[in-house]
Design a protein around this ligand. Structure first.
Ligand SMILES: NC(=O)c1ccc[n+]([C@@H]2O[C@H](COP(=O)([O-])OP(=O)(O)OC[C@H]3O[C@@H](n4cnc5c(N)ncnc54)[C@H](O)[C@@H]3O)[C@@H](O)[C@H]2O)c1
Length: 350
């Protein structure tokens, strides 16, 4: 049996109490679903700025018999009081302190941060410091937070390793880098263990396909299903290390529960170590749509590169493997095979 399976068995036998910030978002709601499935107790905080009630409703439907193990607070991490109330809630509702924090709340998207750097800074830096401080004061066992591959900035190494970062290329990248610095210094100064997970292009069910800041995979699946024009910024050879959300859930749980205390204050890449160009991605999505008897007539258009975009991004994931045995289970293609039916179903319901 692998370590992750052992960990899940242990959790089921000895349930813990968790706080997920950004619980109504894409990754947060996937974490919630996995934790409820493992009989955990969860408090979730979200201000619905980019998250949705329908994400929570979907988890409720899938985990209806476990829903009493979840307590939701509509609140803002920019408000320190809301952060502190999230920890009080677990005592009020579950009569136990919060063991672990999975901090996902942030304003995502490089273009959004270029359009509105002040909002990005408030949510991603001030908000981060608030929830980190409230977590420290609540003496949580570990604080695991969503960092980002954007931290690599203009580093031109063909494979990104954690200790070689470049200059940030956007306010979003700055905000995520500042998170890492605060987390590291808190781990040094105070009795709190922080772990940063640098996510690389996460995708999966419940990722928002609409709006001007949508990520490429949900956007393209949705646009192909609606026969809308597909736009590729650049020549199509831009590449990414796309990571299915189930792998991200695994990394979060392992980072919280590993007995290896050397993780404290550190950052880890969370990806698949698999490079895929945008052209290849387009072809994979089309081939899976065909398997579902869905052929798209969407035209393909190339436009110039966008400011702040990184050309190539591929992760070395050996550090997470060494420190807490992170072993991605789903490749890009396998993840797409699980994701596309979710979007097909959504479109058929509208
Ligand atoms: N999706 C990716 O590919 C990716 C890659 C790298 C890093 N990340 C990071 O992972 C985390 C989750 O991303 P996601 O893709 O699920 O995005 P998402 O937008 O779906 O989820 C973010 C959630 O945080 C909530 N939120 C935002 N600001 C808040 C605030 N001030 N107070 C309370 N809640 C707030 C939003 O309402 C939303 O529900 C973010 O920190 C993001 O920066 C994501």
């Amino acid at each position: 049996m692998n370590t992750f399976q052992n960990l899940k068995d242990d959790l089921k036998a000895n349930p813990k109490t968790w706080l997920i910030t950004g619980v109504a978002g894409f990754i947060g709601s996937n974490l919630l679903e996995s934790l409820l499935d493992l009989d955990q107790k969860v408090v979730g905080l979200d201000n619905f700025s980019t998250g949705f009630q329908h994400n929570l409703d979907e988890v409720k439907t899938k985990c209806s018999d476990k829903w009493q193990n979840f307590s939701f607070i509509e609140g803002d991490i920019c408000n320190l009081d809301h952060c502190r109330k999230s920890f009080e809630r677990s005592i009020e509702v579950f009569e136990t302190k919060t063991d672990y924090v999975l901090h996902q709340a942030a304003l995502g998207s490089v273009p959004r941060s270029i359009a509105n750097p002040i909002a990005t800074n408030s949510n991603n830096v001030t908000g981060f410091l608030n929830i980190l401080t409230a977590s420290r004061d609540s003496q949580v066992k570990r604080f695991v937070y969503a960092a980002s591959s954007s931290a690599y900035g203009d580093n031109s190494d063909s494979i990104k390793t954690e200790d070689c970062i470049g200059a940030p290329l956007s306010p979003y990248a700055v905000s995520k880098r500042v998170n890492e610095m605060y987390a590291q210094v808190y781990s040094q100064l105070y009795p709190i263990q922080t772990v940063g997970l640098r996510y690389f292009n996460v995708f999966g069910p419940r990722q928002n396909p609409t709006g001007s800041y949508a990520a490429v995979i949900p956007l393209w699946i949705n646009d192909l299903l609606h026969n809308k024009k597909i736009i590729i910024f650049g020549d199509g050879n831009t590449s990414r290390d796309f990571c299915f959300v189930k792998n991200v859930v695994q990394a979060n749980l392992l980072a919280c529960l590993t007995s290896n205390t050397e993780v404290a204050g550190q950052v880890f890449n969370v990806a698949c170590n698999q490079t895929t160009s945008l052209k290849q991605l387009h072809s994979h999505i089309n081939s899976i749509l065909k398997k579902h008897d869905t052929t798209s007539t969407s035209p393909l258009e190339y436009k110039p590169f966008r400011t702040g975009d990184i050309l190539h991004s591929l992760a070395d994931i050996s550090k997470a493997k060494i420190f807490f045995n992170y072993t991605p289970t789903d490749s890009l293609y396998e993840g797409l095979e699980k994701t596309i039916p979710w979007f097909i179903k959504k479109v058929s319901q509208t």
